[in-house]
Design a protein around this ligand. Structure first.
Ligand code: PLP
Length: 444
């Protein structure tokens, strides 16, 4: 038993135990407060690559890809690349045999640049531009998930060789998540509502296009979803539509894509998504509903994004200033330009001071960014050592998804680099954006 176990006041100072579930697997912390991610000291990485810095533990991503494939044998697992895409991740996902969900010609360009096979790419989006569609067709993507009747016409006009498509359906299932990422309810911009008959009409419209081949249905209920029952309900409703398509058109569609949205723990004490329960219960629901309708069970696709990369990411900041006002503000050298999620969705984070042992007990502080908005908050009311000061290094876990991909140049701040750690190896994956990069676009 250590001294910290015997003296509660001491324990609150040392902060040496790592919170469960929120850090990349294998992350450790020592008594001096040094945090090691993928075998590398975070403070050393901060010194070498500068701050703010985004670290992604590729071994952790690989482990999660394997867990998904093992939990869902026979199903297609497509990584939703909007969560975070760079060439190294595209290569990893390819090597692990996953498919790739892209939403733009830009995401597709990254996939193409590493030779990601087109037939394992799905193109999504509610307003795909002609450039997106042309790039997708040129790369012969496996499937395009159509989202409007206009788009069906556009794809049909451009396509050759009977392009495979899925129809995106909004099944009227509310996943109980933040409104900004709720996409299974019918009153929103994505997909064709089921209950109004719009989805069935979209199927009819696709089937009239000789250049398209309808292969299935798609739905995506939202993000940070925890209730497996919502996926079961959506699956049952979509199977009923598959049966209706069979009855009306004599066509059994072979694919059912249930999207992503599987939640990740963001704070200590939060559970992982029940992947085993999902795999078992959703498959049982599909089989049961198919049996009821005398349908052959379709091949399932799932599209996790966050669940594969969020917990593999750690963002590292340096404290610029500490202000004891009405509350204690700890201001860092990044902010909403590298993490807009607190402002967008009220996302909550854990923050840990790393690199030196604290000399004072924990006290509540609010970690804020450097940007010109009062809402530029990274973590409100989190415990930090009372002696936290300018120059200290802070690490924020759970920042692998929708951070780099949502980053901006607000205040003309360059986006941070991404460094990959992988079983002892370390590699710069995306370099820091420089002033030169920013000025190069400004051609006026
Ligand atoms: C169509 C589609 N599939 C999958 C995902 C991935 O969601 P998540 O990262 O929450 O798993 C998204 C996210 O917006 C999506 O729009």
């Amino acid at each position: 038993m250590s001294l910290a176990d015997l003296l509660p006041s001491m324990r609150s100072m040392v902060q040496s135990r790592l919170e469960e579930n929120v850090w990349p697997g294998g992350t450790t912390v020592d008594e001096r407060g040094e945090l090691l991610v993928g075998g590398h000291r975070v403070t050393e990485l901060a010194g070498r690559f500068g701050t703010p810095l985004q670290i992604v533990d590729l071994a952790d991503v690989r482990r999660r890809c394997r867990a998904y494939r093992a939990a869902l044998p026979g199903a297609e697992v497509a990584y939703a690349s909007k969560a975070f895409l760079c060439r190294a991740v595209a290569r990893l996902v390819d090597a692990e045999g996953l498919s790739l969900d892209v939403c733009s010609a830009g995401e597709l360009a990254v996939a193409r640049s590493v030779g990601f096979p087109g037939w394992r790419v799905l193109l999504h989006g509610n307003a795909k531009t002609p450039e997106d569609l042309k790039a997708a067709l040129a790369h012969r993507v496996g499937r395009i998930v159509v989202d409007s009747l206009d788009e069906v016409d556009h794809v049909a006009a451009l396509a050759r060789d009977r392009q495979r498509v899925l129809v995106r359906v909004t099944p009227g299932v509310d996943g109980g998540t933040h409104a900004a990422v709720t996409t299974g309810v019918e009153d929103q911009k994505f997909g064709f509502p089921l209950s109004t008959g719009a989805a069935a009409a979209a199927v009819r419209h696709v089937l009239r296009q000789p250049s398209l081949r309808l292969v299935g249905l798609h739905t995506h209920l939202g993000s940070q979803l925890r209730r497996v029952a919502d996926f079961e309900l959506a699956a049952r409703r979509l199977v009923a539509l598959l049966a209706a398509v069979r009855d009306e058109h004599g066509l059994e569609l072979p694919e059912l894509n249930l999207g992503g949205g599987h939640a990740v723990p963001q704070l200590p004490g939060e559970d992982d998504f029940d992947l085993a329960g999902f795999a078992h219960r959703v498959r049982a629901a599909v089989h049961d509903e198919c049996a009821r309708h005398r349908l052959r069970p379709p091949r399932l696709t799932v599209e996790p994004g966050r669940a594969l990369v969020a917990s593999a990411g750690v963002t590292v900041y340096r404290v610029v200033a500490v202000k004891h006002a009405v509350r204690t503000f700890v201001a860092v050298d990044g902010g909403m330009s590298d993490n807009p999620r607190p402002a967008l969705y009220g996302a909550r984070y854990l923050v840990r001071m790393v690199g030196r042992p604290p000399a004072a007990p924990l006290r509540t502080a609010t970690v804020v960014g450097r940007h010109c908005e009062a809402g530029d908050v990274i973590a409100r009311d989190v415990p930090l050592p009372a002696d936290v000061r300018a120059g200290d290094v802070l690490a924020v876990p759970g920042t692998g998804a929708y951070h780099h991909s949502l980053a901006s140049n607000y205040n003309l701040v360059g986006r941070p680099p991404v460094v990959g750690v992988d079983n002892g190896a370390v590699q710069l994956l995306v370099r820091r954006e420089t002033e030169e990069d920013l000025l190069r676009r400004d051609v006026g």
